[in-house]
Design a protein around this ligand. Structure first.
Ligand code: ADP
Length: 345
């Protein structure tokens, strides 16, 4: 965005050149049985960018996805895609979007081509225009050589790519994906993200994708980070990480982490917080130099220290004061990806 002032006949006029948004979400609210799931979220998504909705379980990603894909009406605020309001013009909005749900929607008994032709018919496409578009999409997602094979013979990654082609067949300018890499091994995950980038660059599609995975969020052009139904950060991954000054230090106290955090805060004038796992966390320029200083200042009180560059999880902690994952959730996620890795080898 460019902002500034200019003079017209002596009058100073403020101007703002905002990049026009394809998707506008304004003060969006939703509750289930009186419990708020979205508490007034606002953001805009620019044309041909990959925009991520990152948040831990329960943060409101699926609720946002359901509203944007017109499966559910918002209880307050607005969601607008290409000028079509989700509440007052859901049919118009649906024409603007392709949707890839978490649950598979292809018919595995049909070939890739048959799946796409079937979807094309549902959209009222036919004849050579449909044939051309089917070929185009098969080519885009690198399934052209397997066009006549049944989808049940495809790997998980190939099936997901067919879902992408299906979502884009009717030329929507926006593609919505809900946790699209669920169930894929790490290689297929990376692959899918490469295809999303190709679709953005070559089809000029605006992609909005929900994820709870940091490494996927890193691949987005911009991110909205949600926590407990609220927007806690918005920007490019680099911008967000750069907002954290210097390094992140995690200290393990020998005895009382709360007391150590207070004393460090007082001594150095920094914010030191105790995380859910009992570690004392602080942000500091030139973290390595600070380590010697703090260990000497509190002799015998610090069991271990780690220094690292800020990650997106640090952005989340910085904005919310708590970790992205509870230890329990982290264990469950590691178990799942561990299982997938061992299955592959
Ligand atoms: P996420 O996709 O980030 O996990 P959700 O949008 O699914 O988040 O959930 C946000 C909150 O709304 C959570 O507290 C969740 O328990 C609640 N919630 C989601 N769907 C329903 C539902 N159908 N009925 C009641 N509560 C729900």
């Amino acid at each position: 965005m460019t902002t500034g002032t200019t003079s017209l006949d002596g009058a100073v006029v403020e101007f703002t050149h905002a990049r026009s948004s394809v998707i506008r979400v304004e003060n969006l609210q939703h509750s289930y049985d009186g419990r708020a799931a979205l508490k007034g979220v606002s953001f805009g998504v620019y044309p041909a960018e990959i925009f991520g909705l990152l948040g831990p379980n329960g943060s409101g990603k699926t609720t946002m996805f359901r509203i944007l894909s017109t499966l559910m009406l918002p209880m307050g605020g607005r969601a607008v895609i290409n000028g079509c309001d989700a509440a007052s013009n859901p049919a118009g909005l649906r024409k603007q979007i392709g949707v890839v749900f978490q649950a598979p929607s292809i018919d595995v008994k049909l070939s890739a081509r048959e799946n796409l032709r079937h979807v094309g018919h549902l959209y009222g496409m036919s004849g050579s225009a449909l044939d051309k578009r089917v070929d185009e999409m098969l080519y885009r997602v690198a399934l052209f050589d397997r066009a006549n094979d049944r989808a049940e013979t495809f790997s998980g990654g190939m099936q997901r790519r067919l879902e992408l082609a299906k979502g884009l067949l009717h030329h929507p300018s926006v593609l919505l994906l809900d946790e699209p890499t669920t169930g894929l091994d790490p290689g297929a995950r990376r692959d899918l993200w490469q295809y999303l980038a190709i679709l953005r660059d070559e089809e000029r599609v605006t992609v909005i994708v929900t994820t709870h995975l940091m490494e996927e969020a890193e691949r987005c052009d911009r991110l909205a980070i949600l926590s407990e139904g609220q927007l806690v950060a918005l920007g490019t991954p680099t911008e967000l990480k750069n907002e954290i000054g210097g390094d992140v230090l995690l200290l393990e106290a020998r005895k009382n982490p709360e007391e150590l955090a207070v004393r460090i805060s007082q001594r150095y004038g920094v914010e030191a917080t105790v995380l859910d796992d009992g570690k004392v966390r602080l942000e500091r320029d030139q973290g390595h130099r600070f380590v010697t200083d703090v260990v000497e200042a509190f002799p015998g009180e610090i069991q271990s220290v780690s220094v690292s560059k800020p990650t997106l999880e640090d952005v989340f902690i910085n904005r919310t004061g708590h970790r992205f994952w509870t230890e329990e959730q982290k264990g469950a996620e590691e178990k799942v990806s561990g299982k997938k890795k061992s299955k592959k080898h």
